[in-house]
Design a binder for this molecule. Structure first.
Ligand code: 4AD
Ligand code: MG
Length: 430
């Protein structure tokens, strides 16, 4: 008998098949027994009809417990009443392992308990739906960049220098040297962009974030495009196109999962280009009008980001930040050297920053000055200076945080549910 996956079940109408999975649920109704199984790709209802109480199928059904592993053999029937439109008339049950006292029962559990059991929690319907959307989101991103001629360049995870400030660096030993876990692939991307024109890296990044928030992971995934000869304006357009393309793809292909999450998709459907774009100065003005205590020169915190994004129905771009709140590599604005050509994109519905990036310094002496000003060790950046010595060109890029984007698309409160095994402050188990 052919082993098939539940997601393909409609192809096998009226055929005998084998399903390999786990018990999701079971119930009885009169003379019928319903055995609901999941196989990773979907959920299927199996039925056992029999009038003989002592039939071997009934005996097996009776001992089965939640999450026991099994192989079912039977015939696929179309039935409009069954969830998914198909069910399996069970002819054989082969039990592989009986699960005893599965800790996550249909009753509700507290988040600390579920986090402790994250390795099992992944099997629950909502968690499964979120991570299925994650898979689609990542594919959408890769197709977007590959389709536009970007070259995927993997950047190192162990690095000798900081990209995004020294306060969130994870230090480790590298034989007899110090090394840090990468905070961003950007600096290396700048080198590959000079070799390949337009590139992107996509990998895990690490920040020793000391604050406990709903938006911060210690280990998160970021996609970072970098384009030689591109400006801040080019990055705004690229960021818009990327976000819209991800949303369209997920809305198109992940309807069932969004339904499971009870996501109202209207706000996502209405997102169109162009996104509103304001400068940092304007953002401060608007925040003050809304009663915020923020002063010029302060960085946005979560409450400010929420306030700003609530002013618009689409994601909003903020540009021209004070240099002192941004990283060393940011290109100063031509008329206002106290500002830099940085860009943040804030998601709508209060989700805050999802993209950070901008135009990079391409002048050698300016970059050397900045390294000094930010107290960074010059030796670690010699190779980076080379990019400004040998055919330097204006160039720009940005980073999009996968988990922040996913949290917004799924409209879930906390970022910890957007990655299979979240690394959080004070939490590295399981
Ligand atoms: O704004 P960030 O720090 O920018 C950079 O790292 C640049 N070097 C990227 C570039 O220009 N190539 O981070 C970019 C994005 C943020 O907008 C956010 O979506 C995400 O990465 N991010 C985090 N996501 C989860 N947890 C954290 N601790 C994050 N820190 C940043
Ligand atoms: Mg940022």
């Amino acid at each position: 008998m052919k082993w098939v996956y539940i997601e393909d079940i409609s192809i096998y109408k009226d055929q005998e098949v084998e399903i390999r999975g786990w018990v999701f649920n079971k119930r009885s109704s009169g003379k019928v027994r319903f055995l609901v199984v999941r196989d990773g790709t979907g959920i299927l209802q199996g039925t056992i009809f029999s009038t003989e109480k002592d039939s071997p199928l009934f005996e097996k059904f009776d001992v089965l417990t939640q999450e026991s592993s099994l192989i079912l053999r039977g015939c696929v029937r179309e039935d409009k009443r069954a969830p998914g439109g198909f069910e399996l008339t069970i002819k054989e049950i082969e039990i592989l392992q009986l699960a005893k006292d599965y800790p996550i029962t249909p009753k509700s559990h507290g988040i600390p308990f579920l986090m402790e059991h994250r390795h099992l929690w992944l099997r629950s319907q909502k968690q499964h739906a979120i991570l299925q959307i994650r898979v689609e989101l990542i594919k959408a991103i890769r197709d977007f960049f590959d389709g536009r001629g970007f070259r995927l360049m993997d950047t190192p995870i162990l690095t000798p220098s900081a990209c995004e400030g020294t306060t969130t660096l994870f230090e480790t030993e590298y034989f007899d040297q110090k090394a840090y876990l990468s905070q961003s692939g950007q600096l290396y991307n700048e080198a590959t962009a000079m070799a390949f024109g337009k590139v992107y890296c996509f990998g895990p990044t690490f920040r020793a974030e000391k604050s406990k928030t709903r938006k911060h992971l210690i280990e998160f995934w970021m996609v970072e495009p970098e384009v030689a000869f591109a400006t801040l304006e080019d990055m705004i357009k690229l960021g818009e196109d990327l976000i819209i393309s991800i949303i369209e793809r997920v809305l198109d292909r992940k309807k069932i999962e969004l339904d499971i999450l009870e996501r109202d998709t209207k706000p996502l459907e209405s997102i169109k280009k162009p996104f509103p774009c304001i400068t940092y100065d304007e953002a401060i003005k608007r925040l003050k009008e809304k009663g915020s205590k923020m002063e010029w020169g302060d960085d946005f915190g979560a409450p400010e980001e929420t306030l700003i994004s609530e002013l618009f129905e689409r994601p909003v771009c903020i540009t021209h930040f004070p240099a002192k709140i941004k990283a060393f590599y940011m290109q100063p604005a031509p008329e206002r050297p106290d500002l830099v050509l940085g860009i943040d994109v804030l998601a709508s519905e209060g989700y805050g920053e999802i993209i950070g990036g901008g135009q990079r310094i391409h002048d050698l002496s300016l970059l050397e000055e900045k390294i000094k000003e930010y107290n960074l060790p010059r030796e670690a950046y010699e190779w980076y200076f080379d990019l400004r010595k040998f055919g330097s060109v204006p160039h720009s890029g940005f980073g999009l945080g996968i988990e922040r984007m996913l949290a917004w698309i799924c409209k879930i409160k906390h970022i910890r549910e957007t990655i299979p095994f979240p690394r959080l402050i004070y939490k590295i188990y399981p």
